[in-house]
Design a protein around this ligand. Structure first.
Ligand SMILES: [Cu+2]
Length: 258
């Protein structure tokens, strides 16, 4: 969410300095163009800080008409994956349903990579016009999403997404994760009632670190805490996830920094 705010503020500042300078927009916000898609009179360009990946992604869409004018009005988005015998969506966070200066930002957690198994598209409805933008979702080298069935209830499938630290370093780091569950193929709500324990572990040297703060729920399935790394190298961020004080899973994320 921090990134989301940063991007929104950056856009606001830049829009007043140079309305249509995409080069500037990209350099000042670290955003890169992910894809550009035109259908009929509308062009949708998608921006993010990295290529889209399996995990928590913050995406900004810019919508223009064929003359290059920014589009205003209503907008909605649904991420969809078409697979052999089914289609499904994934967790989605939207703050608004209107375009501001032709822009619309949202967060989504892609739960699978694009592959022969299935392909992703973002289905926009812009002032009643429907537009399906094909996208590519990569599997990152270090996993940023862990999914598992609850130990407590086999029918509950959780998705734990890594958000922060984006750039881990020696010392105290802000820690943020977000948790969702798969209710149906089309419904992936945030899970707000969990508690956690955290233990960073250096596997190669077999030690942990002191002074960590377990992440607690802040809002909409986001949990924040702190993590303390005592040296550079390879760390495992080990979490113990609890429902009503009963362990329901032990997701972990591998980190590496020099
Ligand atoms: Cu899929």
């Amino acid at each position: 969410m921090k990134i989301f705010k940063f991007i929104s503020i950056s856009f606001f500042v830049i829009l007043f300095s140079c309305v249509d300078d995409i080069t500037n927009l990209e350099t000042e916000t670290n955003l890169q163009e992910i894809t550009s898609y035109t259908e009929g009179n509308l062009t949708v360009k998608l921006y993010a800080t990295t290529d889209l990946f399996v995990g928590y992604n913050s995406i900004t869409a810019r919508v223009k008409d064929s003359q290059g004018n920014s589009i205003e009005g209503d907008i909605s988005v649904v991420p969809m994956m078409d697979m052999m015998n089914k289609s499904h969506t994934c967790p989605l966070e939207i703050e608004d349903s209107v375009l501001k200066d032709g822009e619309y930002s949202f967060n989504t957690v892609f739960v699978m990579p694009s592959s022969e198994m299935g392909s992703w598209h973002l289905d926009f409805t812009i002032n009643k016009t429907e537009l399906s933008v094909p996208i590519n979702v990569n599997q990152p080298e270090l996993s940023r999403l862990v999914s598992f069935n609850s130990i407590m209830d086999e029918n509950t499938k959780y998705f734990v997404a890594y958000i922060d630290p984006q750039k881990p370093d020696v010392g105290q780091n802000d820690l943020e994760i977000a948790v969702f569950k798969k209710q149906t193929l089309m419904d992936w709500p945030a899970v707000t009632s969990l508690s956690f324990e955290v233990e960073p572990w250096m596997t190669s040297m077999d030690h942990g670190s002191p002074n960590n703060t377990a992440p607690v729920h802040t809002s909409k399935g986001h949990y924040k805490g702190t993590v303390n790394f005592t040296m550079t190298g390879d760390w495992q961020l080990r979490l113990t996830m609890k429902e009503h004080d009963q362990v329901c899973g032990t997701p972990y994320f591998d980190l590496y920094f020099q």
